[in-house]
Design a protein around this ligand. Structure first.
Ligand code: SF4
Length: 113
């Protein structure tokens, strides 16, 4: 008793398997992530909190006065308050931020911004 394969059966299967493999891996990965979040819902919240975490003023050596003409109002990270003189917020440092403050994370706004 001998078994014979069709001439191209091995190649066709190998090709089909190669195209399906990444999709199956992605599906398996997504299922795994969904199961993880279902089992540990705090994981999603913790990940979001970590992504939102800001540095403390102390760790960034924040001060309420400019440093050599550099201040928060001219920093790319500054989010202005309701008026030009009101405190705003910072994308990287926590808490209210004076437009006249400064810290070591200062990044000058590009001209025209
Ligand atoms: S990064 Fe520093 S200098 Fe820039 S806005 Fe935030 S606190 Fe001010």
């Amino acid at each position: 008793m001998t078994h014979t394969k069709p001439a191209n059966s091995g190649r066709a299967c190998a090709g089909a398997r190669d195209e399906r493999a990444p999709r199956e891996s992605r599906r398996t990965l997504l299922k795994g992530a969904a199961l993880l979040v279902a089992a540990f819902p705090w994981l999603a919240a913790a990940g979001h909190a970590l992504a939102q975490a800001k540095a403390s003023k102390a760790s960034m050596k924040y001060q309420d006065k400019p440093n050599g003409g550099k201040d928060c109002a001219s920093c790319l990270q500054f989010v202005p308050g309701p008026s030009a003189s009101a405190s705003g917020t910072c994308k990287v440092v926590e808490g209210p931020i004076s437009p006249h403050g400064w810290c070591v994370a200062f990044v000058a706004k590009p001209p025209g911004k």
